[in-house]
Design a protein around this ligand. Structure first.
Ligand code: AMP
Ligand code: TRP
Length: 329
């Protein structure tokens, strides 16, 4: 099969959780074997909401180390930090001038994040345009992301098609790649909202850096229902269905097979088994993380990554500027 250009990004806000891992990072690792992959730490996206500068610096390196700890290989993939490649901000402006306030107002992530605020930061509003710039800057074919990003990918495609139509072929029109089952991991305390880095209750998520005690507590306390039957029914039994999803995504055993195996058992038994699966999956990642985070190599890998990213980005940015008649050449 032909190699494709793959691009994706994760925000350095808080620790990577199981939702990020199963929805995004696990796919990143699989894709790097047969494609040209670029994985970004999107720090400029993270300042769309206020960040503590010290914390942000730390989180950027944490995410970079986690990328490597889950199995991304800098020999196979380009790993870099968004703000180190200036083309993202430059292309973002060109795209901003070719997007509409109407379409941006319809983005559900913007609506959710700006809810209750009388006036939201402009960056929160134009967030999806910067994301479109990230993707279009590398002539990306495929964008592996969680289901929650579908609307942003559609917007990216719309903007690319619009510019190609008006100014002649400029951008590759990318496709999103989403996981089917397990694409959306829900909060453990509230299985009707997605697991997120920003939810207040720490028991709502499992971070890849959590210790076994915390993992056990969060899973044993996870919200289920009162009928006590282990069955997959996201609509009526969102709690247990979410736990089944996590179990299946980590072990790659089908949900039907898991349900059959635990037939007649109580939620407690299943939860204990899940604690074991999650702990065993995460332990080696944590171990690798600790080693990588302390090594000097991490900064060298990121520097090399931004050089290589920039080499790909520059001609694409030049092409876009040329189409719009910008600059003196
Ligand atoms: P973020 O934490 O928003 O930077 O997300 C990084 C990646 O993880 C994106 O591809 C998201 O779609 C994915 N993601 C975030 N939360 C979840 C979740 N609860 N379930 C599945 N994927 C998720
Ligand atoms: N918006 C994405 C998220 O919250 C992160 C992101 C920024 C991204 N730029 C991207 C994902 C480009 C894929 C491609 O998860």
């Amino acid at each position: 099969m032909e190699r494709k250009r793959v691009f994706s990004g994760v925000q350095p806000t808080g620790n990577i959780h199981l939702g990020n891992y199963l929805g995004a990072l696990k796919q990143f690792v699989d894709l790097q074997e047969t494609n040209d992959c670029i994985y970004c730490i999107v720090d400029m996206h993270s300042i769309t909401v206020p960040q503590d500068p010290e914390e942000l610096k730390k989180h950027i390196l944490d995410v970079a180390a986690l990328y490597l700890a889950v199995g991304l290989d800098p020999k196979k993939s380009i790993i870099f930090v968004q703000s180190e490649v200036s083309g993202h901000a430059e292309l973002s402006w060109i795209l901003t001038c070719n997007s509409y306030t109407g379409e941006l107002s319809r983005m559900t992530q913007f609506k959710a994040k700006s809810k209750g605020q009388e006036s939201a930061p402009t960056g929160l509003f134009t967030y999806p345009v910067l994301m479109a710039a990230d993707i279009l800057l590398y002539d990306t074919d495929i964008v592996p992301v969680g289901n929650d990003q579908k609307q942003h990918i559609e917007l990216t495609r719309d903007i690319a098609l619009r510019i190609n139509h008006k100014y002649g072929d400029t951008f590759v029109v990318p496709e999103g790649r989403y996981l089917k089952e397990g694409a959306r991991i829900m909060g453990l305390d509230d299985p009707t909202s997605k697991m997120s880095k920003s939810a207040e209750n720490d028991m709502s998520r499992i971070s890849l850096l959590d210790d076994p005690g915390k993992i056990k507590k969060a899973i044993m306390k996870a919200t289920t229902d009162s009928d006590g039957v282990i069955a997959f029914d996201p609509e009526n039994k969102p709690g247990i269905s979410n736990l089944l999803n996590i179990y299946s995504a980590l072990t790659e055993e089908s949900i039907t097979s898991i349900v059959n195996r635990f037939d007649g058992e109580g939620y407690g038994t299943f939860k204990k088994a899940l604690v074991e699966v999650v702990t065993d999956s995460i332990a080696p990642i944590r171990e690798r993380f600790d080693k990588i985070r302390e090594s000097d190599e991490l900064i060298d890998i990121l520097k090399d990554g931004s050089r290589r990213a920039n080499d790909i980005a520059e001609p694409v940015l030049e092409r876009a500027k040329e189409r719009f008649g910008l600059g003196i050449r």
